[in-house]
Write a protein that binds this ligand. Structure first.
Ligand code: ARG
Length: 566
């Protein structure tokens, strides 16, 4: 039940001049709940009603008809404060969770609409580094969040499987590569010779020429070049898939950059027909001077296509294939200009859906020593991070709960969950710092803390032999502050998911989970379940069940597992 919406309806019914939607947008949730559950500020009405705001509040409050879910209404200055009936709140929240279980909080506002999400998108033959982690986990969380509000999410891994790096890699392989070593160490070895190429090329320009000619061969369909390319791709995918499996992530499509090789000529022709291409130093560009941006490069002087050419072709293909309502691109913010440029090109091509292309930028990852790059070799591999997080978690489990069954599996769920949670705890644009010590703490605002709270709720239910709420509840027993506070947070869960979708910000869900856990732990400390009896005990167990269900659903939304024991 949406109390905010219901409250707005009551206010709207009191005065013909007020529209429910507008009221709902104006309603605030007071920071101090002594001021009520909802507050309606009357300042903005002063202009149209030509009265002092506090007078408006006074008069309007008189006219509002109290409904059974309202306990009381009072006026403080220009605010009308609404207090929801505690019993009513507890009942409606818990009954709904009891019925919908983990589907609680989901809605249908995106029904019938497709949303395309382009995320992860690592580059073949380069290591999957921590920078790609962010795109992967943010993208996956948004994928789930949009599904939860009714959209049909389409997840695309736009693999970087074409471009200059392959020419370089072929040269490097021919000069310094060893097939057996590569088969064994796969991407680590590929990355080593790739780095070596850049070191050597600094003193030997001819290496770059050689690399370019291999790229041309690839484009012309040369058998040897394409076989090597395919081999590099397969090796990389093996590694990427290993990581995706551990992260529990799947994609609906792996159509990478090479997928558009045979679709780009048509796009180049279209740009030409629409008089958008101009020549500049032998290259074909779209001039964006008017929009205060450097030109968007479409064709190199040797006829080779570029990153933007592939993105433009991909967008047109996606619009045709998925008829998306929105197409999201989740990458680091250093690609801001790239997206701004080619979004503009799509607009200039006359496609009104250019407005539905959205770049979702995020900040950097740091280990305390600045940005990470493949070229200079200062790479931190994703897998190493996951491994050390899992290993550390295993040590903690050995220490705290040595008798736990499935220690290894739990360590994997908690260790990896901690990494994902840490990434999604702040607004995307903020930089993320990898500090394993803090990320794995069971106290702070961490993944393990939320997972542990969930496991604690599971263990209470297990002790009481409750797997579902199939008994009647006397809601008058649980109107104490701690119980009401935690259920109030549960009642906001659906709104938080919508808010997260509207702002493309998974942290809104993540933080809400921490709030629920804190309120639950307070509830747990203040309400002794073991010592309570009868209706009181049953009602408290129902609260535990409701909290467990919502935490589990919330963790799954952000891509973190919810083990029952840890
Ligand atoms: N492969 C690129 C990189 O690693 C990211 C691709 C993002 N998606 C896109 N459609 N441009 O930087």
């Amino acid at each position: 039940m949406d109390f905010k919406n219901k409250t707005a309806a009551l206010i709207a019914a009191a005065d013909d001049a007020l529209k429910k939607e507008e009221i709902e947008a104006m309603i605030e949730i007071p920071a101090d709940n002594k001021m009520g559950d909802f507050a309606f500020p009357c300042f903005r009405l002063a202009k149209t009603m030509k009265k002092a705001p506090n007078l408006i509040a006074e008069e309007l409050a008189q006219k509002i008809e109290k409904s059974d879910f309202i306990e009381s209404i009072n006026v403080v200055n220009a605010y009308i404060n609404f207090f929801i009936s505690k019993e009513f709140l507890m009942k409606s929240v818990i009954e709904e969770i009891k019925e919908k279980k983990e589907a609680y909080g989901r809605c249908n506002i995106g029904k019938g609409k497709n949303i395309v999400l382009d995320y992860s998108s690592p580059n073949i033959a380069k290591p999957f580094h921590v920078g790609h982690l962010r795109s992967t986990v943010i993208g996956n969380a948004l994928y789930n969040i949009f599904n939860a509000v009714g959209y049909n999410s389409v997840g695309i891994n736009h693999l970087g499987d074409w471009g200059t790096q392959f020419g370089k890699l072929i040269v490097a392989y021919k000069k310094w590569g060893d097939k057996e070593v590569i088969e064994r160490d796969d991407i680590k070895e590929l990355s080593r010779i790739y780095v070596k190429f850049h070191e050597e090329a600094q003193n030997d320009e001819s290496l770059n020429d050689e690399a370019r000619s291999w790229l041309v061969k690839m484009q012309e369909g040369d058998k040897e070049a394409l076989e090597l390319w395919k081999w590099f791709c397969d090796l990389s995918m093996k590694e990427f898939n290993r990581i995706y499996k551990r992260l529990g992530i799947k994609f609906d499509s792996y159509a990478g950059e090479s997928f558009y090789n045979d679709k780009m000529q048509a796009v180049v022709d279209e740009l030409k027909d629409k008089n958008l291409l101009t020549e500049s130093e032998g290259a074909q560009i779209v001039n964006l001077e008017k929009y205060n941006m450097p030109p968007c490069l479409i064709l190199r002087s040797d006829g080779g296509t570029l990153y933007p050419t592939r993105d433009i072709s991909a967008a047109i293909y996606r619009k045709k294939t998925y008829d998306f309502d929105k197409c999201l691109y989740i990458t680091a913010l250093d690609q801001n200009l790239h997206f701004a440029q080619w979004f503009k090109v799509i607009e200039l091509m006359g496609y009104d859906w250019a407005k539905d292309l959205v770049h979702i930028p995020f900040g950097l990852v740091s280990l305390g020593d600045g940005k990470l790059s493949t070229r200079e070799g200062r790479v931190v591999l994703m897998e190493d991070i996951l491994n050390s997080s899992v290993e550390k978690t295993l040590n903690i489990i050995e220490e705290k709960n040595p008798n736990l069954k499935n220690k290894q599996q739990t360590a994997e769920q908690v260790g990896i969950g901690a990494v994902i949670f840490n990434d999604l705890y702040n607004s995307r644009i903020k930089n993320v710092v990898f500090d394993l010590e803090r990320m794995l703490s069971f106290e702070g605002e961490t993944g393990p803390y939320v997972q542990y709270t969930h496991a604690r709720a599971c263990s209470i239910l297990k002790k009481e032999n409750v797997s579902e709420i199939d008994f009647d509840i006397d809601y008058s027993k649980i109107t104490d502050e701690a119980s009401v506070n935690v259920c109030k947070l549960l009642s906001q869960f659906g709104d938080k998911i919508i808010d997260a979708a509207n702002k493309y910000e998974p942290y809104i869900v993540t933080r809400h989970l921490v709030d629920i856990c804190q309120a639950f732990n307070k509830f747990y400390n203040e309400n002794n379940i073991k010592l309570s009896e009868g209706d009181l005990k049953n009602a408290r167990i129902a609260v535990v069940y409701a909290v467990k269900t919502v935490i589990s659903a919330g963790l799954k939304l952000i891509g973190v597992s919810a083990p029952a024991q840890m």
